[in-house]
Design a protein around this ligand. Sequence first.
Ligand SMILES: NC(=O)c1ccc[n+]([C@@H]2O[C@H](COP(=O)([O-])OP(=O)(O)OC[C@H]3O[C@@H](n4cnc5c(N)ncnc54)[C@H](OP(=O)(O)O)[C@@H]3O)[C@@H](O)[C@H]2O)c1
Length: 351
Amino acid sequence: MQEINIILVGYGNVGQAFVNLLNEKSPYCQKKYGLDIRLRALFDIKFSSRFNEEGSFVFPKAVTIDEILNENADAIERVRSLYWQKEKTFLNVLQTIEPGVLVECILSKNRSGKSGFKYIQQAIINKWNVVTADKEPLVHSFSELLALTKKNCVQLKLSGATAAALPTLDVALLSLAGTEIQYFEGILNGTSNYILSEMTKGMSYKSALKKAQSKGIAETNPSLDVDGWDTAYKILLLANTVFQENFTLEDIDIQGIADIDEKIINKAVKQGEKIKLLGKLWREDKIRMKVAPELIGVSHPLYGVDGTNKGITFSTDTMSDVTVTGGKSDPKGAAAALLKDIINIYRLDYS
Ligand SMILES: NC(=O)c1ccc[n+]([C@@H]2O[C@H](COP(=O)([O-])OP(=O)(O)OC[C@H]3O[C@@H](n4cnc5c(N)ncnc54)[C@H](OP(=O)(O)O)[C@@H]3O)[C@@H](O)[C@H]2O)c1
């Protein structure tokens, strides 16, 4: 049995779903992959604020995960009395535990990617592999982080940041190995797809957004999703990984769905068509990328992708078009993508 130490940074929706999932899947991972994946430390800015002191939770190897999950205040206090180590910094934790995988799932308020970058950078330098759901540091500093992983002989995996439960990168890098990807397009944002799906049923943009917010699908400030940025982030990360390029957001034309005219949706419905927010990459004189709402007909491979589901089509030279759909957007799906990346760092064969 191979023991794998995990440090988790960010204990919000995704971080908590990850801890729950690890608890649920631990016996399966041991039996199926021979991997004993153990949460050894937990770091979140909210604990330092709540306890009014710097520190981290550090867990001995013997602790089982069901002893430490839970957001309930009593449980946190109990766990604090047992495992909170005052003044233990993230760097200190990295340097005192046998390296395994840093799981990075913070959502920093200023969205600059700087905090996430620092965690990932420090982990890599200290020989930790990294799996992340946080797009911001990758969007701003992917090539720098990739160079660091090569220098330190560790891996950085980003399924959680590239449509999470919908396999995108794994398909492009593994399943389509040996092909040349000439074009890809995807419905990569569950929130905007949900809103457009509700509008197709006759709802106004405002009501559909409100419904998405009430169900926890859209954030209070939905701009990142409805203005197309989240889709653009994913297209950018896919392009830079698959083609080993160094594109920036400025290379993508971005248009969201916030200004979409409801009459256009109604007209599409009457014609048996749908409006979808598509992120696209194609080749002309050079690689081009855009995010925009587009009209698609019933024969389009992504026509049936509704609600919070997502989908992507890769167009290749030797395997023609390959489409993957599904991968509902939610914290559990994101957590599952993080776990998948951890397993795939360590598994030695695919039987
Ligand atoms: N939710 C999803 O379904 C989903 C799916 C795919 C990917 N993602 C990505 O996964 C990440 C986490 O999403 P989430 O929904 O779990 O967000 P969340 O619920 O807001 O959780 C993020 C956690 O990170 C903490 N945090 C913020 N800045 C920090 C820092 N500098 N150091 C340590 N902790 C910090 C936050 O504390 P405070 O609350 O005190 O700020 C919060 O507890 C995001 O990058 C998101 O884009 C989310």
